[in-house]
Ligand binder design. Structure first.
Ligand SMILES: CSCCC(=O)C(=O)COP(=O)(O)O
Ligand SMILES: [Mg+2]
Length: 261
C-alpha cells in the first residue's frame, strides 16, 4: 500500500526521532522522567567535572537569554561563598532544567545535559530505546537500495548515538550515515536544512525529511527539501488543512522508492 512515491532525485533520507522513529511515550514516560528524577543527584555527583561545568555554563548562558520569558529561572554564578551557595546554585540549575522541560524546550543547553545524563542509564542497560516496528526493516531496505540515511533530532548527537546504540533491536548505529542536532540550527528554521545539505554534500532537493511536526516540515520545504509527515500512535493529530498540504504516512513501509523497483 504505497502512499508516497519518493521523487527520483532523492538520495538521502533524513529522519526525526520523537514521533517518527520512536513513540512519543518513550520520550515522555521514560527519557524525560529520568532527567527530572535524577538531575539533582547527577549535578551533586558530577559538579566538579569539566563536562558538568560546561553543561552548567551553557545553561547559565541560555538562562540569560531567557530572562525576559515568563517564569524564567536565572542561574547565579558562584562567588566562592561555601557549601550553602553551591547548593543554591545546584537548586537553581535543577529548577531551570525542570522549567525548560515543562515547556518541552529544545535548547542546545538542555539537550546537552540530558544527553550526558542518559549515558549512564543506557550504558548500564537500565534503558533501551524503542522504535516503531517498521523502522529498522525500512532503513535496512533503503540502504540496500543505495539511499544514505541521516538523523536530525533536537536530542543531542550524543543522545542520538546512545539511543540507536542501545535499543530493543540492539546496536543499530551502523545503519546511519550521520547525525545532526540543534548545533546546526533549530528544526523549525529553513536555514538548518540548507546547512545539513551542505554538510552532507548534496542539494536540498536530494533530501527527503520524515517528521511528525508540520512546522519542521514547512521549514524543510522552504529550503527545497522533500517532506513526508509521519502520523504515529500517540502523536498529535493533523488538522484537515495539514492533511491536505502534506503527505501523511503512518508507516515507513508506505514509501515507494523508484530505485527499489
Ligand atoms: C535522542 S532524542 C531524545 C528525545 C529528545 O530529547 C527530543 O527532543 C526529541 O526531539 P525530536 O526532534 O526527535 O522530535
Ligand atoms: Mg519529532
Amino acid at each position: 500500500m504505497v502512499v508516497f512515491s519518493v521523487p527520483a532525485e532523492v538520495t538521502v533520507i533524513l529522519l526525526d526521532i520523537e514521533g517518527t522513529t520512536t513513540p512519543i511515550a518513550f520520550v515522555k514516560d521514560i527519557l524525560f522522567p529520568y532527567i527530572k528524577e535524577n538531575v539533582k543527584e547527577y549535578l551533586q555527583t558530577h559538579w566538579e567535572e569539566e563536562e558538568c561545568q560546561q553543561d552548567v555554563n551553557l545553561l547559565r548562558k541560555q538562562a540569560e537569554e531567557d530572562a525576559h520569558l515568563d517564569g524564567a529561572i536565572p542561574i547565579p554564578a558562584a562567588s566562592g561563598n561555601g557549601v550553602d551557595e553551591l547548593q543554591q546554585i545546584i537548586q537553581a540549575v535543577v529548577d531551570n532544567v525542570c522549567w525548560q522541560m515543562s515547556l518541552d524546550r529544545k535548547t542546545t543547553a538542555l539537550k546537552q545535559l540530558q544527553g550526558h545524563m542518559w549515558r549512564a542509564a543506557f550504558t548500564a542497560g537500565h534503558m533501551k530505546a524503542e522504535f516503531f516496528e517498521d523502522v529498522v526493516p525500512a532503513v535496512r531496505k533503503w540502504r540496500e537500495d543505495g539511499m544514505k540515511v541521516y538523523i536530525y533530532s533536537s536530542g543531542s548527537v550524543e543522545a542520538q548515538k546512545l539511543l540507536f546504540g542501545h535499543s530493543t533491536e540492539g546496536n543499530i548505529l551502523e545503519l546511519f550515515d550521520g547525525h545532526f542536532d540543534t548545533k546546526i540550527g533549530h528544526k523549525v528554521e529553513s536555514e538548518s536544512y540548507k546547512k545539513i545539505a551542505n554538510s552532507i554534500g548534496c542539494s536540498t532537493n536530494n533530501i527527503l525529511f520524515l517528521t511528525d511536526i508540520t512546522l519542521e516540515a514547512s521549514a524543510a520545504e522552504e529550503a527545497g527539501v522533500h517532506v513526508a509527515v509521519v502520523v504515529r500512535p500517540g502523536n498529535a493529530g493533523l488538522t484537515d488543512d495539514e492533511k491536505t498540504s502534506y503527505s501523511p504516512i503512518t508507516s515507513f513501509s508506505e514509501l515507494y522508492l523508484p530505485s527499489s523497483a
